[in-house]
Design a binder for this molecule. Structure first.
Ligand code: FPP
Length: 268
């Protein structure tokens, strides 16, 4: 950890670290444009940000980190050459990173319709996840060809199939728990914190079910400039928030208003 990172780290409460952080990595194209470089140069630079973020998260003991790498929409709406470049970059990352992932005890997982990705990419993905399968530290989940709506559709299909295997529609059980158990993220708790880089205020079809109660942190930093220190800053901000889950929280003003409300109720 460098000086700046350890300054922020010392301000964190280690007992209240988020158990799962999800990141929408955005701004690679803008980063490149500001430097008069092709868009793909931004993606290439984004790999250094991935490395730094993953290592910092693992080192401070975050149990789960999920990175939104490519959405289902990315395939349809970007030039073929950019998509091919992203595929090659991903394969290179997976090959090069196995050693570091193992050294940091990180297990690699994926979410998304991976069966639609090129065969060679799927093989590389499987190889990398197999090679890290026995690690017991942080779970790093890459969202690849991911769409939250498709995930929910797939969860319902999977529920229906489970019911038909079980004896038919009368066994079709739908509640929050059964849906959660059929999502791609069944291996993960819901994110406590979702980070979006480059200032956009959107969820972009990312983990729509799972982010129901997550704290949202948006930074102007473009993804290629994001590093471990920015991750620590986002956690510091997260720790300053009060999570209410629909309740009233600790603000004494709330208690006063609440008591006043009761007094009025009693009078009327
Ligand atoms: C968004 O920037 C970024 C992507 C669509 C790709 C993310 C990929 C990486 C960070 C690198 C490779 C990832 C791994 C896991 C090795 P954008 O192109 O939408 O940026 P813009 O909004 O500024 O155009």
């Amino acid at each position: 950890m460098d000086r700046k990172e350890s300054d922020v780290y010392l301000r964190l409460d280690p007992a209240r670290l988020p158990k799962h952080i999800a990141i929408i990595m955005d701004g690679n194209g803008r980063w490149a444009r500001r430097r008069h470089l092709p868009r793909v140069a931004g993606h290439r630079a984004g790999v250094a940000a991935v490395r730094s973020t993953v290592e910092t998260a693992a080192r401070i003991g975050i149990p789960a980190l999920t990175l939104y790498a490519f959405s289902e929409e990315n395939w349809k709406k970007r030039p073929r050459s950019e998509v091919d470049f992203l595929m090659r970059l991903l394969c290179r990352y997976l090959k090069a990173e196995i050693k570091t992932l193992n050294e940091n005890n990180i297990r690699l997982e994926y979410i998304g319709r991976k069966q639609e990705l090129p065969e060679s990419v799927q093989q590389e993905m499987e190889y990398a996840s197999d090679a890290t399968r026995n690690n017991t530290g942080m779970v790093l989940t890459l969202a690849l060809n991911y769409s939250a709506r498709s995930e929910i559709v797939d969860a319902f299909r999977s529920l229906a199939e489970a019911a038909s295997r079980n004896g038919g529609l009368s066994h079709f059980q739908v509640d929050e728990q059964s849906i959660s158990e059929h999502l791609y993220t069944r291996h993960l708790p819901d994110p406590d914190l979702v980070i979006r880089t480059s200032g956009e205020m959107r969820l972009s079809n990312f983990l729509l079910w799972q982010l129901a109660y997550s704290e949202i942190y948006v930074t102007q930093t473009l993804w290629p400039d994001f590093r471990g220190v920015q991750l620590l800053e986002s956690i510091e901000e997260y720790q300053s928030r009060e999570r209410r889950y629909g309740g009233l929280g600790r603000d004494p003003g709330h208690d006063r208003d609440h008591a006043k409300g009761r007094a009025v109720d009693a009078k009327t």
